[in-house]
Ligand binder design. Structure first.
Ligand code: PMP
Length: 458
């Protein structure tokens, strides 16, 4: 542990010198000193099971020995060159990453954050299509830069500043909270509590949301589109899943209007969804551009945009694109080690197996507690939506959710939050977690719910 600053001193410095825009997650902020795989340790040595992995970022485990070794080796060779010079780690990484993507997604641009990657994808879409309008879902989070803020449709991030001209928000096809949606609309082992009258193979909710999507397309400038951004499963919006077949049909409609389709895999990529390496594969679609960040570097700042040779050419014709740190040797060496670990440790398979096990366990809590409205997700991306009651599906009040969240932390379990009312607990641990750890997490969550019901009854 660090023998440096006391807890109170850290709070003081934070108040005086650090961004007041970022709020601490807990009433008593966590001061962390160390991480090991799926575990975190605070300044007093207390241990926490990290089920949010630094906002879905630590993909293979905190300080994974193989990733650490790769970083240490690179540290003594070469830190930085900038992309104007070549260095083998970048080329090795480009070859490894492109091998994981289907044709024709073979050209890689390296950046440092998800926002930067999406900024670049917006430029590409516009440069390639010669159109301006870009569509994204309500509730989507694609970044916080002035450009990507136009795509991010989460109220709390929308500053009173003009941002994102040419961006259109379309209705999110949320089968739990949206106007339409029924039991087996979505691709998840757990179905919604809303009953569905569709015959097998047909989804009326999907058709209704597609009509809304067409309306948005019709309001675009000159009825033409530069691009459409979608997360395969929405992260910040609370692990929202769309009806099966929606993205496939939406991609076709966008292409008919001259636009390109962008899959934002910042949270869903690198095997997290279990059944597939990339989230877009779970929708049986082929995007024109894929953006990735977070888990790509297991916590090291690193991001990428992957596209087709044609789109890359359209960008190159228009401008020079430069990024001082994008593709630096440290990030590339780490990124390569992350890809090797995912394969060697069978982490995608683990996401599938342990994730499904966890989902089914949490689904039992939905049946047990009236305030657990929905349990959803795929692999190790799980959402638990909290409601006043199942009938109304109204969000559980803030103070009540905050207390459950805090109680989990006090019992040694860290989970995330999401959704426009911050009503959904988000679970996305490092992909190395085990079933006994899941049992512990579910038991902690259950205890927090019981404590909550007891408080309510008083
Ligand atoms: N896209 C998605 C889906 C995200 O969840 C995030 C971050 N929460 C971003 C983009 C932006 O990434 P960054 O914070 O690295 O800029």
């Amino acid at each position: 542990r660090y023998k440096t600053l006391s807890y109170n001193r850290v709070l003081e410095i934070h108040k005086q010198h650090l961004s007041p825009v970022v709020t601490a997650y807990f009433q008593k902020p966590l001061l962390l000193h160390q991480g090991h795989m799926e575990w975190l340790f605070d300044f007093e040595g207390n241990r926490y099971l990290d089920f949010f992995s630094g906002v879905v970022t630590v993909s293979v485990g905190h300080c994974h020995p193989k990733v650490n070794a790769a970083a240490q080796k690179q540290l003594t060779h070469l830190w930085h060159t900038s992309t104007i010079f070549f260095h083998p780690p970048m080329h090795e990484y480009a070859e490894k990453l492109s091998a994981l993507l289907p044709e024709p997604l073979k050209v890689i641009f390296l950046t440092n954050s998800g926002s930067e990657a999406n900024d670049l994808a917006m430029l590409m879409a516009r440069a390639h299509s010669n159109n301006t309008d870009i569509i994204s879902f309500r509730g989507a989070y694609h970044g916080c830069s002035p450009y990507t803020l136009g795509l991010t449709n989460v109220g709390s991030f929308k500053m009173k500043l003009p941002s994102g001209m040419g961006c259109q928000a379309t209705m999110c096809p949320d089968v739990f909270r949206g106007p339409w949606g029924g039991s087996h609309c979505r691709d998840s082992p757990v179905q919604t509590i809303r009953k569905c009258n569709c015959a097998p193979g047909c989804c009326q909710a999907k058709d209704q949301y597609i009509e809304q999507f067409k309306d948005t397309l019709n309001t675009a400038v000159a009825k033409s589109i530069a691009g459409f951004f979608a997360e395969p499963i929405q992260g910040v919006n609370g692990v929202v899943q769309y009806p099966k077949g929606f993205l496939k049909e939406a991609f076709q409609l966008v292409r008919q209007r001259g636009g390109v389709c962008i899959a934002d895999e910042v949270q869903t990529g690198f095997g997290r969804l279990g059944s597939h390496f990339w989230g877009f594969q779970t929708h049986d679609v082929l995007p024109d551009i894929v953006t990735m960040a977070k888990g790509i570097g297991n916590g090291f700042p690193m991001a990428a945009v992957v596209t087709t040779p044609e789109i890359a050419k359209s960008l190159a014709k228009r401008l020079l694109h430069f990024n001082t740190f994008g593709g630096n040797p440290m990030a590339c060496a780490i990124g390569s080690a992350v890809l090797e670990v995912i394969k060697e440790d069978s982490l995608q398979e683990n996401s599938q197996e342990v994730g499904t096990y966890m989902l089914l366990k949490f689904a039992k809590l939905r049946d047990e507690f009236e305030i657990v409205g929905d349990v959803r997700g795929k692999g190790l991306m799980i959402g638990i939506e909290m409601v006043k009651d199942k009938m109304s599906r109204q969000p559980l009040p803030h103070e009540e959710i905050n207390q459950i969240h805090e109680d989990c932390k006090e019992m040694g379990l860290l989970i995330g939050r999401g959704g426009i009312f911050s009503q959904t607990f988000r679970i996305a641990p490092a992909m190395c977690i085990t079933k006994p750890e899941v049992d512990f997490a579910v038991e902690v969550f259950r205890s927090a719910l019981i404590q909550h019901m007891e408080r309510r009854a008083k």
